[in-house]
Design a binder for this molecule. Structure first.
Ligand code: B12
Length: 477
């Protein structure tokens, strides 16, 4: 039996907020290993003992503090994370990677290597999948695992030769050895539910503050929006859906073991301008983290009917596309306890929507928004700006459109072209020096547009100020 610690590196903490939910990627790896006799735990280094979260505007403003952590690898915070990892006495440490947290993984893994060179370290998740040369950056990490990590990590901790495990990248004499992407897990209903109990570094008294009510029902996304990492992180052609029966079983498992009945009024990345901080009671709301929960209309209708017929009475939120909705889905959503649909509108300019291959027009999106309104389902509108070539006129169209959709909540981002996306590759081809930017800048609350100098500061501010509309509405995304 191997002792494995799976780490979600600090991120929101560095921005003056924090993240107290269960990270599903590593939670799936842990339960897969535990079911097979290993001892795998989760350590969320972004968790702090606080129920107050920072609002989105403040997160934007904290960018300069955030940057300074990466200049001070001896900051107490990095030592705290290292010490918590060492206190577990792990044989293996695995990190979940986003582009923005690669620099944090570098600092932490180097400290672990110095403290105990016998601990083996690996990295997986989105950035590890997108960047085949990541081990050249993370020189203290031994293995990088691409795409779905369950089977590869299991083989690794069973001491199979890493040089032959599908999905694993390791070091050869002179170069990296890349065994390619592992075969997909065909039937994702077969996977054990994600780990929700073995949490390292969190006192027992605070365990109920960890939001374990995230559920993943789909692996992949069939769309190919140029700014999104999903088409490359997951293979678009192998999108897999769990059966409604399996999803209902997980919801019941949550209700029986972790559900609270207390009311809550904010979210981990909320954005209310009139409050300094926002509060939530966790585990009162299921978050379906799928890219497009509604991707298959027949399946989603069956799932919603099952929630209603079986009287689950659990509130939930999901991510969807406006063009996937119909009146029946929206009515079923309302009846099945939907508290929030998160819709990625992205832009109000048809020119920009076509450029980023959104495959939707503003008119189509408006139709979807109206259906939600008619059925009384609250929705959050996600917008982006700062696309290459986007002008003040485009942004003004976005602002007008945003007001027209009358969302219950607005989330406003400035584009970060992630490594490995179509957009990143296009920009590099056109001579942008994006590869010279530190990885930690790649997240969408970095306030300055990274690849657009056409949008005026005034119009950008008008766009960001759309969040003021949120104060009239319910306080969470
Ligand atoms: C839910 C979600 C969130 C949640 C929760 C995040 C969390 N820590 O759990 C919130 C809202 C907080 C969030 C925040 C952010 N997110 Co987010 N998020 C998602 C989303 C929608 C689902 C993630 C998920 O749970 N998937 C289900 C699980 C099962 O899949 P998985 O995590 O990919 O894990 C599998 C594999 O990747 C791999 N794996 C994952 N980790 C590890 C670790 C090891 C050791 C191994 C071996 C394998 C492995 O194995 C897992 C099982 O097969 C994804 C999009 C997507 N569909 O993946 C975006 C996504 C991951 N997020 C993204 C981004 C950019 C962010 C932010 C930077 C946004 C921002 N604020 O600017 C922050 C960063 C947060 C952080 N801690 O660093 C991007 C990442 C792109 C990139 N190149 O970095 C994604 C891909 C969205 C996109 N379409 O582009 N996010």
């Amino acid at each position: 039996m191997a002792k494995i610690l799976l780490v979600n590196p600090p991120f929101y903490r560095l921005l003056g907020s924090h993240y107290n939910a269960n990270s599903l990627g590593i939670a799936y790896i842990a339960s897969y290993l535990n079911k097979r006799g290993h001892d795998a735990w989760l350590y969320n280094a972004d968790h702090v003992s606080d129920k107050n979260y920072c609002n989105l505007k403040k997160i934007f403003n904290n960018f300069s503090n955030y940057k300074s952590y990466f200049q001070e690898s001896d900051n107490a915070l990095w030592h705290e994370v290292k010490d918590k990892i060492l206190s577990f006495k792990p044989e293996w440490v695995g990190y979940t990677s986003y582009t923005a947290n690669v620099s944090a993984i570098k600092i932490i893994s180097e400290k672990i290597r110095t403290a105990n060179p016998y601990i083996k370290q690996f990295v997986g998740g989105v950035h590890a999948t997108l960047d085949k040369n990541l081990l050249n950056t993370l020189t203290s990490v031994d293995y990088s695992i691409q795409r779905e990590g369950e089977e590869a990590v299991y083989a690794l901790v069973e001491n199979t030769n890493p040089k032959i495990i599908p999905g694993v990248i390791s070091r050869g004499k002179n170069s990296l050895i890349n065994n390619g992407i592992a075969p997909i897990i065909k039937d994702i209903d077969d996977l054990p539910f994600p780990e929700r109990d073995k949490m390292w570094g969190i006192p027992e008294s605070e365990r109920k503050n960890v939001d374990v009510s995230y559920i993943n029902t789909i692996r992949g996304c069939p769309y190919k929006c140029t700014y999104c990492a999903s088409p490359f992180h997951w293979d678009r052609k192998t999108t897999r859906l769990r059966s409604p029966e399996s999803v209902i079983e997980e919801m019941k498992h949550l209700k029986d073991n972790y559900w609270h009945t207390t009311k809550y009024d904010y979210s981990a990345s909320a954005n209310i301008s009139e409050k300094e901080s926002l509060k939530i009671e966790d585990n009162t709301l299921v978050y379906f983290v799928d890219d497009v929960f509604t991707v298959n209309k027949k399946r989603v209708k069956k799932l919603l009917r099952m929630m209603i017929d079986q009287k689950l009475e659990m509130k939930w939120k999901c991510e969807a596309r406006a063009d996937h909705l119909d009146d029946e889905i929206c009515e079923l959503m309302a009846e099945a306890g939907c508290e929030r649909v998160k819709i990625g509108f992205e832009s109000g300019s048809d020119r920009i929507l076509a450029q980023v291959k959104k495959l939707e027009t503003r008119e189509e999106m408006l139709v979807g928004a109206k259906m939600l309104k008619r059925a009384g389902v609250p929705f959050s509108a996600y917008f982006m700006t700062g696309f290459p070539g986007e002008t003040d006129d485009d942004v003004r169209q976005t602002i007008d459109f945003a007001k027209k959709v009358e969302a219950d909540y607005y989330s406003l981002s400035v584009l970060a072209p992630y490594y490995g996306t179509e957009l990143y590759d296009q920009l590099i081809e056109n001579g942008h020096a994006l590869d010279k930017q530190p990885w930690e800048y790649f997240f969408h609350q970095s306030p300055k547009p990274m690849v657009n100098d056409k949008i005026s500061t005034k119009v950008l501010q008008e766009y960001l100020d759309l969040s003021d509309l949120n104060k009239k509405r319910r306080g969470y995304i």
